[in-house]
Design a protein around this ligand. Sequence first.
Ligand code: NAD
Length: 268
Amino acid sequence: MIKIIGVIGAGQMGAGIAKTFLQNNYSVILFDEFPQALENAKKRLSLTSHTQLINITDDFDCLKKCDVIIEAIPEDFSMKVGLFKRLGDISTPQTIMASNTSSFSITQLASHYLYPSSFLGVHFMNPPHVNPVVELIKADQTASSVIAYVKSLLNSIQKTVIDVMDSPGFVVNRLMIPLINEAFDLLHFGVADALSIDNAMMGAAKHPLGPLALADMIGLDTCLAIMESLHQQTGDPKYRPSLKLKAYVHAGLLGKKTNQGVYVYEKF
Ligand code: NAD
């Protein structure tokens, strides 16, 4: 019986994943290296009824108590590898280790963790406490029993699990992020303004959010990191990141998280 879920990275995904488990009465340890991130997470979680179930901490050793750990730090390969190496020191072969990566190879990440047969990918969608879908990715090394265990765990928090092969961007981001990238190219070449691009896709394709507003919600830094990862992993020029997307990121306009991306937002 699973007792404690660890979540590493208290940003928009980590805080949302923690919230999902809390809402289903699991005990959660939410760890982040940065105190400001922990403060923001407290606001995001707006804790009222589940305070006794959560420990929000910057103490790495607290993660020793966890039965399942879900990593949700930025989409940076070497940063994730560094973390998984460090996690090998505090976990056991029984600790289930999951990455919420949007695009990296789960097999490659697993190879940097001490117990690769306990490693897998669980790709929650944004916002994790609202969106029902989770992609479940088996590394070459993952034990089948670990997949079955995590599937039942995700079902217990009312998630719809999609089994996906380990492949760059899996299913959702292989489709969604190139669409977003193309929208930035349309902007770049002046084909239409931002609002028109978004309204066109909401009206014509029945998307609940236009691609540029969606990019602002995901974080433009994350969108660029995923596009670069698709490009680097496949070597296919069709995944070349848009110069317009790069320009926003280089200017520090990352979307909702910085109160400005393609659109301007009220302060968080
Ligand atoms: P974010 O920038 O909002 O949050 C990342 C958090 O990780 C920050 O709070 C940061 O302080 C923390 N962090 C950085 N280094 C750390 C470390 N070494 N140890 C502990 N904490 C650390 O990012 P996010 O949007 O929540 O994305 C997190 C992961 O989830 C990424 O891999 C991303 O690709 C993936 N993801 C994102 C979305 C999305 O829509 N944003 C959707 C699905 C998956």
